[in-house]
Design a protein around this ligand. Structure first.
Ligand SMILES: [Cu+2]
Length: 171
């Protein structure tokens, strides 16, 4: 049986990557941006979670307008209650704390991500299954309401692959 040359092996790996990549991107849901007034929302995602438990949604908010805005809250049929949370250090542990709002200064980007600001989904009325999407309606002080589709990733996912994946996030 002939052994493949090194060159042929690399060519094969390249072809496999090329075939897998589009499917992998589709599995993350839409990477399109959603706009509400001057607010641009991208990369809404969540981790898989069980029905009855709690989950968190993460996304990037960019205020392209000239006036300050604020995210006041969110809602989804997939959760009994939705809160805005930040993470604060309490001695050696990080604890979640409810935020009345998330400030969105003009010209700036605010990233909700694991270990930081997030949209807390409490009392899940349905399981968050990997590959599924759930609608999340965001309520802004100026920009009003807009609904984005949150892509559910694996339970331990650190971020959207399009953003660089597991950049510096420990499990
Ligand atoms: Cu939380």
């Amino acid at each position: 049986m002939p052994r493949p040359t090194r060159r042929a092996l690399f060519a094969t790996l390249g072809a496999v990557t090329a075939v897998l990549a589009p499917g992998a991107l589709r599995a993350q849901g839409s990477t399109a941006e959603t706009r509400a007034g001057g607010i641009v929302i991208t990369q809404p995602w969540s981790r898989a979670a069980m029905r009855g438990g709690s989950g968190a949604a993460f996304l990037t908010l960019r205020n392209t307008g000239t006036a300050a805005d604020r995210l006041l809250g969110a809602s989804t049929p997939a959760a009994g209650r939705v809160e805005l949370h930040s993470m604060v250090r309490d001695g050696d542990v990080m604890r979640m704390r409810e935020q009345p709002a998330i400030d969105l200064p003009p010209g700036q980007e605010v990233v909700l991500r694991p270990g930081g600001l997030h949209v807390m989904l409490l009392g899940l009325t349905q399981p968050l299954d990997r590959g599924a999407t759930l609608p999340l309606t965001l309520r802004f002080e100026r920009a009003g309401e807009v609904t984005v589709q949150v892509a559910v990733q694996a339970a331990g996912a650190a971020g959207m692959p399009a953003m660089g994946g597991a950049h510096g996030h420990a499990h």
